[in-house]
Design a protein around this ligand. Structure first.
Ligand code: GDP
Ligand code: MG
Length: 445
């Protein structure tokens, strides 16, 4: 089961259900557990993660003013981000890097990628071929140095790593030095000895273990072994493009206490990025920029100075303010979907700039009374004619606005008036009285 798809399916089931109650959340969490376990996230982490989510969502101290659905989304996102580690900001400073790890983990490719990474950020780079075991390692790194625009040092065919380093190091004046070392099929003493020799001569600032993401939670054990033997400054996980187990590898590394620096996502030189758990999880969940989405939702009310009373009562004035606010959030249906508003009439979402301007004109041609009480238009049709003339639009436009308003206020009124739903929400939020105006504020946007 693909990690991201599994998570997104679980979310879809949650947002697709007509009512999100305690049972729906529990079902959802069970599904999340299955996805995580299938993707090799350590079981201990899986259980503590779902426990934490439950606590956050059902705790009476849970932040008010968020729909239950939004709380679940937020909690899952927070917890996943926490188990994956932090964000890495690669310092743009001179230093010596040693790459180590087992056969085929992606060391040599990664050496080239790191070179390309710092090259494009204005630093000079040299690559040193210190894998003296593999016959083709020298040529492979030489090729990659050309691709990445780095300098290259090594002695072709030399079997003594000490000789290679003694030859190369005095010549190097580049900002970033990357030494590519030999691997093994498994962790062993011989490898550790060789790494210690390199360390003595090279004195690296960074000792980075390169591992393939497809080994899943084994990555945690491996990182620990290497860390105890040579003292790592971080890990790089490669092949994160082709494996569902990448998430498991990340979580296990973080749990093992090693910092994740970069992830490799392909064979090309540009397929390397500094690890950022928020971005990684956001991508998995299908919200490219989750943080900013949540931030926006919270920002909107402030920006537009929407007052509490703007939501208590739906009238044409508040309708206009809300539409304007909603528009700023971008793809409206997905935003609303996340917040639990579904099945909105399609045309209720088409709030184009042009339309908004038109609506603004129409609403400002109304009397204060009409704005507060749209039913007046039903009682006296002549009002429509007057407002159309006054705003320079057609009667059809006015009627369209009124229809849209009716649809939206119907939906919101339904949420507010539905006592059953309200009771359930209150129960879910710990028996507290729920501020329905806040709830509808979220739903109304
Ligand atoms: P080394 O033995 O540790 O030096 O590993 P290599 O750098 O030679 O890489 C082994 C194989 O993995 C090569 O075929 C690489 O092209 C491939 N590889 C390395 N990193 C990535 C990655 O991030 N994504 C994918 N898809 N392949 C990778
Ligand atoms: Mg290699």
């Amino acid at each position: 089961m693909d990690f991201g798809k599994g998570l997104r399916d679980a979310f879809r089931a949650l947002t697709g259900s007509s009512l999100v109650d305690e049972k729906a959340v529990k079902d959802f969490l069970r599904q999340i557990q299955r996805v995580l376990i299938a993707n090799d996230v350590p079981i201990k982490l899986v259980f503590s993660l779902t426990k934490n989510i439950e606590k956050k969502v059902f705790d009476s101290n849970a932040p008010k003013g968020l729909s239950l659905r939004e709380q679940v989304v937020r909690a899952v996102y927070d917890e996943l981000t926490t188990i994956m580690g932090d964000k890495y900001n690669p310092p743009l400073a001179k230093r010596r890097i040693l790459l180590l790890g087992l056969y085929g983990s992606g060391k040599t490719t990664t050496a080239g990628k790191i070179g390309a990474f710092y090259k494009t950020r204005g630093l000079s780079v040299s690559l040193v071929a210190a894998d003296t075991d593999r016959p083709a390692a020298y040529e492979q790194l030489e090729q990659l140095s050309k691709k990445s625009g780095s300098k290259f040092y090594g002695i072709n065919g030399e079997k003594d790593v000490k000789k290679v380093l003694d030859f190369a190091l005095p010549k190097i004046s580049e900002d970033i030095v990357i030494v590519d070392s030999a691997g093994r099929s498994g962790f062993d003493e011989e490898l550790v000895e060789q790494l210690k020799t390199i360390e003595r001569i090279y004195k690296p600032d960074e000792k980075i273990l390169v591992m393939s993401g497809d080994i899943g939670q084994v990555a945690g054990r491996q990182a620990k072994q290497f860390h105890e033997a040579v003292g790592l400054t971080g890990v790089i996980l490669t092949k994160m493009d082709g494996t569902g187990k990448g998430g498991g590898a990340l979580a296990a590394c973080h749990e093992a206490g090693v910092k994740i620096l970069f992830i490799g996502t392909g064979e090309k030189m540009e397929d390397l990025r500094p690890f950022d758990s928020a971005k990684f999880v956001g991508n998995l969940l299908g919200f490219a920029d989750f943080e900013s989405l949540i931030g926006k939702i919270q920002q909107i009310a402030k920006e537009d100075q929407l007052e509490q009373e703007d939501f208590e009562e739906m009238n044409l004035e508040t309708f206009y303010k809300q539409m304007k606010a909603a528009k700023k959030m971008g793809p409206l249906d997905s935003v609303l979907g996340m917040m639990g508003v579904h099945d909105l009439p399609k045309d209720a979402l088409k709030t184009s700039e042009e339309r908004l301007t038109k609506y603004e004109a129409i609403i400002s041609a109304m009397t204060k009374k009409e704005r507060k009480n749209a039913t007046l238009f039903k009682k006296q049709k002549s009002r429509i004619e007057r407002v159309a003339k006054g705003s320079g639009s057609s009667e059809k436009d006015v009627r369209e606005l009124l229809t849209q308003f009716e649809k939206l206020s119907g939906i919101m009124g339904g949420v507010k008036k539905n006592r059953g739903m309200r009771k359930r929400i209150e129960k879910m939020m710990g028996g507290k009285n729920v501020d329905m105006s806040k709830l509808s504020r979220l739903m109304g946007k």
